[in-house]
Design a binder for this molecule. Structure first.
Ligand code: SAM
Length: 251
């Protein structure tokens, strides 16, 4: 049973913080489109620690599945040490209950950590992310996963909020895997909220970034965030693009 456009009942989950998200969007559906080797290339290699950030990690199922996807890579790749990848992954989410569930079910506490964080809150971001990176003597993440989060940021923070978010996450990492929700999901989220008789998303009616949102996000990352698009992994069954960006080496 798959809810229309993938995201259901925003009234009950106004930030996309669905309690049963992975029942209707299992991580494997996306991971099968993303060859681990293509992501591992962004890591420093040579046995050095790699660090990843999963923004809007919900209860952690995708974070764990991605962690295993990358660490299980058995190919003989030059940038992977014979012992495999030493990956540390931080998952953050605005919803403390989801983070509690993620933490309690964490089978890899040495490598995966979770923290409650509103990524749009600059002070909290600094307080959480900098000390995490410091532990590994790093100033940025090797990769940031930003899966099905952009619409929720956009609906709550408007056009400028979305752009600030993209600028912020691209500044935090060397590579960015992003899965933006297309415009039809916005309409569907707003309609469902209306049907539930809940108050509207603050910005929905006034957004000027609309239509081909994915293309506009892509364009902004390229023109304003010093990123280049290096891979398109195709579209999911929910018609969402999986895009890998890397920081441009010049400038
Ligand atoms: C639709 S779920 C996607 C979960 C996961 N990224 C995935 O694709 O498997 C969106 C998640 O983003 C989180 N989220 C929304 N706004 C956020 C914010 N400002 N800061 C951190 N997390 C946020 C929600 O709580 C929710 O768990």
């Amino acid at each position: 049973m798959k809810p229309e456009n993938g995201e259901c009942e925003p009234g009950a989950a106004p930030y996309g913080n669905f309690t049963n998200y992975y029942r209707f969007n299992p991580p494997g559906e996306r991971l099968r489109l993303i060859p681990a080797g293509d992501l591992v290339e962004v890591f420093p290699g040579g046995g050095a620690v790699s660090v990843a950030l999963d923004v809007g990690c919900n209860c952690g199922d995708f974070s764990v599945a991605m962690y295993k996807h990358l660490c299980d890579l058995k190919q003989n790749l030059t940038w992977v040490s014979p012992d495999g990848i030493d990956l540390k992954l931080l998952g953050c989410d605005i919803d403390a209950d989801l983070i509690q569930r993620a933490t309690e079910s964490n089978s890899f506490p040495e490598s995966i950590s979770y923290v409650t964080l509103d990524i749009m809150d600059l002070a909290s971001r600094e307080a959480v992310l900098k000390p995490y990176l410091d532990k590994f003597h790093r100033t940025s993440f090797d990769i940031c996963f930003c899966m099905s989060v952009t619409m929720w940021i956009h609906l709550h923070h408007g056009d400028q909020g979305l752009l600030d978010f993209l600028f912020c996450v691209s500044g935090l990492c060397e590579a960015l895997l992003i899965e933006p929700q297309p415009w039809k999901c916005y309409r569907s989220a707003a309609r469902r909220l209306r049907k539930l008789g809940k108050s509207k998303f603050d910005h929905f009616k006034t957004l000027s970034i609309k239509g081909d949102v994915t293309q506009k996000i892509q364009q902004f990352l390229i023109t304003d965030c010093n990123m280049e698009l290096v891979q398109r992994f195709g579209s999911t069954s929910w018609d969402r693009s999986l895009l890998l960006f890397k920081k441009c080496s010049f400038s």
